[in-house]
Write a protein that binds this ligand. Structure first.
Ligand SMILES: *[C@@H]1O[C@H](CO)[C@@H](O)[C@H](O)[C@H]1NC(C)=O
Ligand SMILES: *[C@@H]1O[C@H](CO)[C@@H](O)[C@H](O)[C@H]1NC(C)=O
Ligand SMILES: *[C@@H]1O[C@H](CO)[C@@H](O)[C@H](O)[C@H]1NC(C)=O
Length: 307
């Protein structure tokens, strides 16, 4: 050892290790992209920002996509695959729901964008109940050999604001149906639920089974602000998981808002170009044993100490 303290080496080692571990995890994101259509997809600057945001995620749920012809999403995928090719060999694919809405003038799709190197799409199912939802969840199942949990189900929801309490409650029915269908109780609910401020109050929670039933864990708290503007401070966007096994497979405290205005040092104007919501995200633990992940680091540490 020359001069420098072993403590410093240890701190550096712990830092590198935590970076390695985070890289081996699976990041799931949800983003209300507010009327993402061909016009938005043709804005080079906007697409650049969006690829930086989505390029961090293994699976992204986009909501409020208005692209029945598929051209906007194709442009986004092309940009994502071009952008990432420079650094790795990641390949993104997408799967989209049909357009759904109150009226022909307000039709929206759910779109999942996923990295084929880290997850496989193993199921998709359009839940159907016009009495329950304006935009019925387009449910998907993924498999990954990278994560502690092998198969998991994602249930998206972009609620109709005036009907938010009713729609969030009805997610319980979706849970019962899809967990039986795929024999899999590892279910995550995500999206812009409007689960805050005037749309869902504290008093409303007694009418929401996903709140009352303690088997469901709300990972994005009530005090979080998922909106961009200073005028609003609401936890609209949420991630909820079912069951102890799934909860244990999630990296503690990894559920958060991704404030990319701060992270990428972008102006609010640039951020609002994409959406008035921020994305939210959560990470699933890696399946690799701790020692295996740490091997390169132990070698490094060993060489530092010995040489
Ligand atoms: C995991 O999946 C990747 C990509 O399909 C593959 O290259 C790798 O061999 C798989 N690993 C295991 C342990 O199955
Ligand atoms: C995807 O499925 C294939 C075929 O079952 C498998 O070989 C591969 O490892 C899977 N990829 C991942 C990332 O789990
Ligand atoms: C919670 O989950 C356990 C295990 O699946 C089940 O036995 C129990 O009935 C569930 N509790 C409620 C309130 O649904």
């Amino acid at each position: 050892m020359r001069g420098r303290s072993p403590l410093l080496h240890l701190l550096v080692a712990v830092f590198i290790l935590s970076v390695c571990r985070a890289a081996a995890e699976l990041r799931i994101c949800s983003y209300n992209v507010q009327n993402f259509n061909l016009q938005k997809a043709s804005n080079y600057r906007l697409i650049h920002t969006l690829t930086r945001v989505l390029g961090r995620c293994d699976v992204s749920l986009l909501q409020h996509v208005v692209d029945s012809g598929g051209e906007a999403i194709n442009k986004l995928l092309a940009a994502l695959n071009r952008g990432t090719d420079r650094y790795d060999d990641f390949t993104y694919k997408s799967v989209s729901s049909q357009s759904m809405g109150r009226s022909p003038a307000d039709m929206q799709q759910y779109v999942f964008i996923y990295r084929t190197e880290t997850v496989n799409l193993t199921g998709q199912y359009q839940y159907s109940s016009k009495q329950s939802f304006v935009r019925e969840p387009f449910v998907v199942q993924f498999q990954s050999n990278r994560t502690a949990i092998k198969q998991f189900v994602l249930v998206p929801l972009h609620t109709e604001p005036s009907n938010a309490v009713h729609e969030i409650d009805r997610l319980y029915d979706v849970f019962q149906e899809v967990s039986k269908k795929w024999n899999n109780k590892n279910v995550m609910f995500l999206g812009d639920f409007h689960a805050s401020c005037a749309y869902v109050t504290r008093k409303d929670r007694k009418n929401i089974r996903l709140y009352k039933n303690s088997n469901f864990s709300w990972l994005i708290g009530d005090k979080v602000d998922t909106t961009v503007t200073d005028a609003t401070n609401c936890a609209y966007d949420r991630i909820v998981v079912h069951g102890e096994p799934f909860l244990k497979a999630i990296t503690p405290f990894s559920a958060k808002v991704f404030n990319f205005a701060k992270e990428f040092k972008l102006s609010k104007t640039r951020v609002l170009e994409v959406s008035d919501h921020f994305p939210i995200e959560v990470r699933l633990k890696s399946s690799a044993p701790f020692l295996l992940q740490a091997t390169p680091l132990l070698l490094l540490l060993f060489s530092w100490i010995v040489l």
